[in-house]
Design a protein around this ligand. Sequence first.
Ligand SMILES: Cc1ncc(COP(=O)(O)O)c(C=O)c1O
Length: 432
Amino acid sequence: MCLYKKMNQAELEAELSKLNKEYIKFQNMQLNLNMSRGKPCPDQLELSSDMIEKINYSQLAKTDSGIDTRNYGELTGIPEAKKLFASILNVPDDMIIVGGNSSLNLMYNYVDMAMQFGLLGNTPWNKLDNVKFLCPVPGYDRHFAICELFNIEMINIEMTEDGPNMNQVKQLAESDPSVKGIWCVPKYSNPSGVTYSSDVVKQFAKLKPAAHDFRILWDNAYVIHHLSEDHDSLLNIFDECKKFNSENMVIEFCSTSKVTFPGAGISALAASKSNIKDIIKIMSKQTIGHDKINQLRHCIFFDSAEKLKKHMESHAKILKPKFDLVVNKLNDQIAPLNIGKWTNPKGGYFISFNSLEGCGKRIYELCKQAGVVLTNIGATFPYSQDPENSNIRIAPTFPSINELSKAMDVFCLCVKIASVEKFLSKTSGKTN
Ligand SMILES: Cc1ncc(COP(=O)(O)O)c(C=O)c1O
């Protein structure tokens, strides 16, 4: 394959015409494929079918300790569910609050609480002139949407291969009291797949923010979502914080959305004892308790750490070939042309692709017109503004292998077309 950047105008035009012919063939297939959202596929959902089919009413009505799950009570969750999440997050049971089916809901509520009532006796954020959050980019669009809704100013932080650029984080958090927090997806980040290095976790624990109520929102959504035995490991941030007496700075979140069912899983947060008390004060006004029957259902289904591990291995068996397919297609079709860069994560739900600068939106449009839906360009950045118009989040989990294979062929073709067009726009006007 000849590098586009070495082609003259006539060669580029010939290449574009060849690519456009291939493109029309795909358009004629009237495809309807979607690589936009990180959803488990139906086969993954089936892995948890026994949780509904094989656990009966009498098992679900009462916990071993005698709690009637059908009735009101147990605001912070049944002890069995706290134990389950404590073992996943490697923290003591009394640092856990179990929520409903969505950890995003817990995150939203926490930011809402900071805005309206303040954290640990500090001034509510909505009484301040300015509230800012640090946002490692690319990142998770729904985190950014929460900030945007509450009018919290977002500041982009560069993501490196080890996690957020900690020089930037330290400089901003330690000098400006209006910087109140940071969003982190520390393991298999959405979308880059990066797991924060031990050094980054230690630097977070050591942080001395100017704001007393600065919070690290540690969204550990992919904590056990490895793609194979060869997986990343993440330092326990609470263990590190203990050394610096900074445990109040961290609120950790996770859920079983991508373990059992996104629509009917259970979620949890982990926090210091002071933060747990602070959260309970507000939560006790919001609800008398979450769905304890579902909590118990999960605890019966995952009655040992071994069972949970095996279950996640079954997910990995379905997902690994899909991730491999995406990476292989990119290696075969895009790498020789040097017109993009991408991640090859060991877990999580996404592959992050960076096109040549300025090509993202054109690739999105071309894919759309050929029947392949991608995550909106810019979604991985605050205010939907990707300064380089190049980051594309590929979500390979939901489509079948056959669909994914076709979708990736379309995607690679669109990357080539957009890249040739970019080079052509540079060369047009020049003589060959
Ligand atoms: C980083 C991250 N956090 C949270 C969520 C949503 O979690 P939940 O289903 O528990 O609300 C997602 C879903 O894609 C995610 O990628």
